[in-house]
Ligand binder design. Structure first.
Ligand SMILES: Nc1ncnc2c1ncn2[C@@H]1O[C@H](COP(=O)(O)OP(=O)(O)OP(=O)(O)O)[C@@H](O)[C@H]1O
Length: 265
């Protein structure tokens, strides 16, 4: 097993604000991991750092074994798939689903390279894998939110990444579209030749059993990390959220409810 993400005493400071503070953790190959943290806890900042868009003020970052500082980051990014709503907003609505998928090979927005027959075949295979082959020639703007997310996952897989980051992929999905997307994600986790997944969410019930590890980020600090089953307990999450919560597991997924101190009338 190889290390996929390694952070050593990483701090990220903007002015006097310590956005990330002394983070140290390692995610190993196939150790699919969930990242939880309240709004403003530093998740996006951390993802930007893992993708080499920002640099630590202090500490060391290594991704896929490449130490930042002596690594060709645009090249490294081709081995990282990143699906986020911020990225979704940058896609032109007239672009066709298949073009979007192919652009993933070049880590570009829009297609500027000469496309090979192999690119076309791979994009078709990926669209089929995410259940969206029928959308190949549909413009992105005309796709539903669930379809858009699946197309972006296919795009992220186009470069055969070693690391796949899914940042709140279920946002805006109805109950059934969400379960459909989660089944697709579960399928990705189960492939021994697939990427290591980092799954960011505010909704613990999306943490599938395949995410055996979890990172809890609180106010820019690593509050805790370890095995999901041990970490996501009522007691740990109540102190993590500074609010009494109750965790119950259903079909091996953790559901969190807030214990209200004031009865609802
Ligand atoms: N460039 C910056 N300069 C100053 N402050 C910043 C900068 N980038 C982020 N922050 C602050 O750092 C904190 C963490 O932001 P970040 O976007 O990483 O949180 P997050 O966990 O992704 O939140 P959310 O769940 O709401 O998306 C926030 O208080 C934010 O305002």
């Amino acid at each position: 097993m190889k290390p996929i993400i390694e952070l050593e005493h990483v701090t990220y400071q903007r002015g006097t604000h310590l956005i990330l503070q002394d983070l140290s953790f390692t995610i190993m190959e196939n150790e699919h991991c969930a990242l939880l943290g309240l709004n403003g806890s530093g998740k996006t900042t951390l993802l930007n750092m893992i993708n080499g868009y920002i640099w630590p003020s202090r500490g060391k970052v290594r991704v896929l074994g490449h130490p930042f500082g002596s690594t060709n980051l645009p090249e490294l990014r081709k081995s990282i798939g990143w699906v986020s709503s911020a990225f979704q907003e940058r896609i032109h609505p007239t672009e066709l689903a298949q073009e979007i998928v192919i652009s993933g090979k070049y880590a570009s927005i829009g297609l500027y390279e000469d496309i090979t027959q192999e690119d076309i075949d791979s994009s078709i295979a990926l669209l089929e894998r995410v259940g969206c082959l029928h959308l190949a020639n549909r413009s992105y703007g005309a796709c539903s939110q669930g379809e858009k997310q699946k197309i972006l996952i296919a795009r992220a897989l186009m470069s055969n990444p070693d690391l796949l980051i899914l940042d709140e992929p279920c946002t805006g999905l109805d109950l059934f579209a969400r379960e459909q997307l989660l089944s697709l994600i579960e399928g990705l986790c189960e492939r021994s030749d697939g990427p290591t997944l980092l799954y960011v969410t505010h909704h613990t019930e999306e943490i599938l059993p395949c995410f055996k590890h979890a990172l809890l980020l609180k106010s820019g600090q690593l509050y805790n990390h370890g095995e999901t089953k041990q970490l996501l307990t009522s007691s740990t999450l109540s102190s993590f959220f500074d609010q009494q919560v109750h965790v119950h597991w259903q079909q091996k997924r953790p559901y969190v409810s807030i214990e209200r101190s004031v009865p609802i009338t």
